[in-house]
Design a protein around this ligand. Structure first.
Ligand code: AMP
Length: 113
């Protein structure tokens, strides 16, 4: 499959990995929008939020259960962080593999959009 993040998962494209287990991977965004900007993705391909269903909802729980640990690893657990997932064209999703942005390391904008 011609998916950028699937290529990162299988090592075809290098990445700066901060966390990985059998189900998920977290790596630093190549164009960070905050001092800490990490992407958390499932290792199984889902195109985005609209692909989450009753049949695969466990992966959403797995991702969210690891976000606090990833925040701790990247040093933003106490200072705070924002978790964002863009879905579809109005949200400017640019990579069609489900991912959650973790942003922190500075005071973020009060506005989200
Ligand atoms: P989105 O626009 O929400 O789909 O987010 C996709 C994110 O992937 C953007 O923030 C990009 O900077 C990031 N990105 C694209 N290519 C890479 C890459 N090779 N390694 C790490 N992050 C990437």
């Amino acid at each position: 499959m011609d998916c950028l993040f699937c290529k990162i998962i299988n090592g075809q494209i290098p990445s700066d990995i901060v966390f990985e287990d059998e189900s998920i991977m977290a790596f630093r965004d190549i164009a960070p929008q905050a001092p800490v900007h990490v992407l958390v993705i499932p290792k199984t391909h889902l195109s985005g939020m609209n692909d989450i269903t009753d049949d695969n909802k466990e992966i959403a729980g797995l991702i969210f259960s690891k976000i606090p640990e990833i925040a701790k690893i990247t040093g933003i657990s106490e200072s705070g962080y924002r978790v964002v997932s863009n879905c579809g064209s109005d949200a400017c999703q640019s990579v069609n593999h489900l991912h959650f942005h973790i942003l922190g390391g500075k005071k973020l904008s009060e506005k989200m959009a």
